[in-house]
Design a protein around this ligand. Structure first.
Ligand code: ATP
Length: 489
């Protein structure tokens, strides 16, 4: 029997500015995310996942992997090496053009993307009705962008137009410099340039270079996909916002190889599927998800959309869906000298497949899930913090709480914990009042608490308490495992 009283729980309005601060603190205190190498002062934009964070991240990756590979007969997974033959990055265009033009403000020591400053300035001129000026600057800017080294021209525009830093209003500018976002390291004993290799800045290239290996070994026919979860590294100059922009992060990517001409249809199907995955599999609030269509496309793309999430600090990308044409396979064909053609056995047609890619960031998604779940409410007149995670991603699935620390009650509870622990991450907690123990579990998003009390010794039943509503009901102890199995699907 449910004894829910709906007036027990009241939600509390929160200020979005404070949410990030509270989340960062909760994440550390409860073992989700720590600053990397903290005892040495940390390292900018590097973070470690703690016991609960690593558990939850694993759930996210498992859900993605299942939805992309097991549920699709024609998609298989790989796990490619982080370091690759350096020619891969010449072929992909990363060595030549994975650069950002950066400018520093000498007074505030802040760093900005020079191209972003100019683009925003042009937009502002337009908004202010100064179309002629906007046209003049934009023509000069476009010509400069196409030139081999635009840094000097970018600098000249910033100075001539008296462009100021958007956040501080300062304009004590250095020169503009190009920063390649790839990390370079040396392979072998000697630090010679011939031994230089890169940490991959995206997982996609590991898939492209394995196109034929996977096709042959798995007997795949176009259309088919290759999925991968793995680390990527970018020497991001503009950092910040906790784990939103990191230098070492994990991508969950799938490249879908299609016949040229069918990419648009495939693109639309993936767009739908990926958007719905966030809502249906992860329980993300649909109203916080947004589409963004790219007008300015990357050199390899003929269509691109981003899925964005409404973070407390703004609406930002969590996944990119790109129609990448045959650019990558063609480049690898040219640079490796190996054919990347596909021969359709049924029709004898030969072509280089087009690629539709879905590229999600696991860490950004983790942050989105933290933000989405963070809830402050008042329960029975007492404030509480609760992470309203979907049970599927909640790190701790259940807590077992004996009312007494010793005796038969705790023995029964320990037995239940051991049984559940075979399949789920459960916590056993006998410290403090039962109310305090509930709060501890609410704060890490544990969806169910099972309390073993005096009555349990008589009727072999326990009280299950639901996190979101604080609703409680009795359930036979022998049914608890089955109950969790059903609730966590
Ligand atoms: P942004 O414009 O935010 O830098 P991007 O367009 O360069 O991202 P993609 O190259 O499309 O990103 O990478 C796919 C996904 O990888 C992104 O949607 C994001 O979730 C994730 N990602 C990219 N860069 C980072 C980073 N520095 N830290 C964490 N996640 C990242």
């Amino acid at each position: 029997m449910s004894n829910l009283d709906t007036t027990r729980v009241q939600s509390v309005a929160q200020s979005p500015e404070k949410v990030m601060h509270k989340l960062v603190s909760l994440a550390k205190r409860r073992g989700f995310i720590y600053p990397s190498s903290e005892i040495y002062g940390g390292l900018s934009s590097c973070f470690d996942y703690g016991p609960l964070g690593s558990e939850m991240k694993k759930h996210i990756k498992d859900l993605w992997w299942t939805s992309m590979t097991r549920k699709h007969q024609n998609i298989v997974g790989i796990d490619a090496s982080i370091m690759m033959n350096p020619t891969v990055w010449e072929a992909s265009g990363h060595v030549a053009s994975f650069n950002d033009p950066m400018i520093d403000d000498k007074t505030t020591k802040r760093r900005y993307r020079a191209d972003h400053l100019i683009e925003n300035h042009i937009e502002k001129l337009r908004r202010d009705g100064k179309e002629e000026d906007a046209h003049r600057v934009s023509t000069y800017y476009e010509r400069a962008s196409e030139a081999g080294n635009p840094n000097k021209a970018f600098y000249d525009i910033i100075i001539a137009e008296e462009i100021k830093a958007p956040d501080t209003g300062s304009s004590d500018w250095t020169e503009v410099r190009q920063f390649n976002l790839m990390f370079q390291c040396n392979m072998g004993a000697l630090a010679e340039s011939s031994g230089a290799v890169y940490l991959r800045p995206e997982t996609a290239q590991g898939i492209f270079v394995n196109f034929h290996n996977v096709r042959e070994s798995s007997r795949m026919k176009v259309p088919f996909g290759i999925a991968q979860i793995g680390k990527a590294f970018r020497n991001e100059i503009v950092k910040g916002n906790f784990i939103f922009r990191m230098v070492e992060f994990e991508q969950m990517e799938m490249q879908y190889f299609v016949k040229p001409g069918s990419q648009e249809e495939s693109f639309e199907a993936w767009r739908d599927e990926r958007f719905n995955w966030y809502i249906e599999s992860l329980g993300v609030s649909g109203e916080k998800l947004h589409w963004y269509k790219h007008d300015k496309l990357a050199h390899y793309a003929d269509l691109a959309y981003d899925i964005k999430f409404a973070f407390p600090f703004g609406i930002e990308e969590i996944e990119g869906i790109h129609s990448r044409t045959d650019f990558d396979l063609k480049q690898h064909q040219e640079y490796s000298g190996k054919s990347m053609e596909y021969i359709d056995q049924a029709t004898n047609e030969r072509y280089i497949p087009y690629v539709v890619e879905t590229s999600a960031g696991c860490d950004r998604l983790f942050l989105a899930l933290l933000c989405d779940a963070y809830t402050e409410d008042v329960i029975d007149g007492e404030p509480r913090v609760m992470m309203r995670f979907s049970p599927k991603i909640a790190p701790v699935k259940a807590a077992v709480l004996p009312l007494m620390k010793k005796g038969e009650m705790s023995e029964k509870a320990a037995k239940l914990r051991d049984e559940l622990a075979e399949d789920f991450l459960v916590q056993y907690d006998d410290a403090g009042s039962i109310g305090k123990r509930y709060r501890r579990q609410d704060e890490v998003g544990t969806p169910f608490c099972f309390t073993v009390d005096h009555e349990s010794l008589e009727d072999s039943a326990v009280t299950v308490r639901y996190r979101d509503t604080a609703e409680q009901e009795r359930i036979d102890i022998s049914k608890v495992k089955e109950f969790l199995g059903v609730k966590l699907v």
